[in-house]
Design a protein around this ligand. Structure first.
Ligand SMILES: Nc1ncnc2c1ncn2[C@@H]1O[C@H](COP(=O)(O)OP(=O)(O)O)[C@@H](O)[C@H]1O
Ligand SMILES: [Mg+2]
Length: 299
């Protein structure tokens, strides 16, 4: 790998040493590489995500952030190294993973209600499966309905979940899709650019929501983002994908002017605000969209 040696994620003696059970690390990459269309997208990627952490995958367009998520899902094979997901092979964890793919938008004319989009997260793999007994079916129905209600409340979608999804704002659609990914109580949530295409206030509130989900639901979150600033205060770890490799660690270790300038090949300054927050200045390709463009509402 051409990127600098990845700093080891800082050892956290409080939660044990190398003898920790694999389940303590829902996601691990070890010397991982992916080749697509004959080209190495990245190689030498090492990453340890601990249970309950909120970790961001950052980097310019086209460097392989989505590919990293797909490798964790087991839909893109590795050409070298290992990926371990929830203690097993990628692709084996199924229901224990919630996944939100990179931007999908809904046609303004789409009539399906928000709540039914969320329900798809429950029903997706159940269609066509013979039901063993009606009573079991009804108790599962009730259980599912309770969970549906819970996630709608969690993402704050109560007031608009009955409306057609094509007619709510981009931020509201995104909250409904996050609820869909969460409804089966995944242990690991993989979100591919959930803030993309949202305006700044929505980026902040969706980022805060994801952080709250991570803490309250005890789910490990790995989230791809283009711009680190809206999420920086919430993060336990970051992975910067650049130059065919990746650098991972605690935000304060990785998000430094020196490291980012080297990764992006351009001067980047990391400033500390008076209240101690980090702000990244000069990152190329900051999100161009500052409008909530997927509203689907008539203009
Ligand atoms: N199936 C594929 N075959 C060949 N190249 C691909 C394929 N899928 C993605 N790529 C390339 O891999 C690179 C990384 O893509 P991606 O992971 O989507 O980047 P990012 O999410 O960081 O924008 C891009 O250059 C893209 O064109
Ligand atoms: Mg992508």
């Amino acid at each position: 790998m051409t990127a600098p040696e990845p700093p080891e994620a800082s050892p956290d003696t409080a939660s044990g040493g190398p003898l920790e059970a694999p389940a303590d690390y829902p996601l691990r990459f070890e010397g991982a590489a992916v080749v697509l269309g004959g080209r190495t997208i990245w190689s030498g990627v090492n990453l340890d995500v601990r249970a309950g952490e909120f970790v961001a995958v950052l980097g310019p367009n086209g460097v392989g952030k989505s590919t990293l998520v797909k490798a964790a899902l087991g839909v893109v094979p590795l050409s070298a190294g290992r990926v371990e997901v929830l203690g097993g092979e990628p692709g084996a964890a199924g229901r224990a993973i919630g996944y939100l793919p990179q931007r999908r938008s809904f046609d303004g004319g789409l009539r399906i209600r928000g709540i039914d989009v969320v329900r798809l997260g429950l029903d997706g793999d159940r269609w066509g499966v013979p039901l063993p007994g009606a009573s079991k079916f009804f108790s599962r129905r009730r259980h599912d309905d309770e969970r549906l209600d819970e996630v709608i409340e969690l993402v704050g979608a109560r007031s608009y979940c009955e409306r057609p999804i094509g007619q709510v704002s981009g931020g509201e659609q995104q909250r409904l899709l996050i609820a869909q990914a969460l409804v089966r109580r995944p242990k690991l949530l993989l979100l591919d650019e959930p803030l993309d295409s949202l305006d700044l206030p929505n980026q902040s509130s969706v980022a805060a929501l994801i952080s709250r989900i991570c803490r309250e639901e005890g789910v490990t979150v790995v989230m791809v983002a283009h711009d680190v600033n809206p999420i920086l205060t919430y993060l336990d770890g970051v992975v910067y994908v650049a130059k065919g490799g990746a650098v991972s660690g605690r935000p304060t270790e990785v998000i430094t002017s020196t490291t980012l300038s080297r990764l992006y090949d351009t001067p980047i300054e990391v400033l500390t605000t008076s209240d101690g927050r980090l702000v990244v200045v000069g990152q190329p390709e900051a999100p161009a969209h500052h409008s909530d463009r997927h509203t689907g509402l008539p203009r």
